[in-house]
Write a protein that binds this ligand. Sequence first.
Ligand SMILES: [Zn+2]
Length: 214
Amino acid sequence: MKSMMRALVLCAAMATAVAAASPAALARGGLQGVRIFIDPGHGGPEPGAIGPSGLREADVNLRVATVLRNCLVEYGGATVKMSRTGDVDVSLGERTAAANYWGADRFISIHHNASYNRSYNATETYAYTYAGWTALDLRNKVHRKLVAGLGLPDGGVHTANFYVLRNTWMPAILTEASYISNPYQEARLKDMGYTWREGYYIYLGITDHFGVAP
Ligand SMILES: [Zn+2]
């Protein structure tokens, strides 16, 4: 709860900075009526990738997802559901079913990558192998904001046959904003401010996709 409050404060500070730069950004609530399903990857007994000093991908995914939810709701006026809001086990089938039966307009799965090459680090964003243009547009715009904002090497946009992308009925993307296996990156991902920014950049990509002010 405490971290949620702090995330809101950060979103407010960043939105103010954006508003100062662009009067158009003062318009709020451009995502009203839009249903966005956020899926923080892993959780519970399934921690996802583990950083060199033990940081769990599942925890980082949830922190980023929570900031994204707060920005979408507080500034975009969107309606948001999450596949999990705590460190719990939710199967892939349950995640996609929840989004499908809710009737989500977009599905955003948040992950962080890992490589045996610990020096490797990059931002990568995915859509389904047979994604339509709407999902590709969302993927491309979120990727652009993540690369510009985080400043990591651009690992490119990709298509993949991931379960959550294949089994969702709405345009869906999956972010791998960085590699938790890189010790320098793991240190950044421990910093709340860093993960807050990552969530905010994903939010900026979504508003860009819908053509509305952040
Ligand atoms: Zn993952």
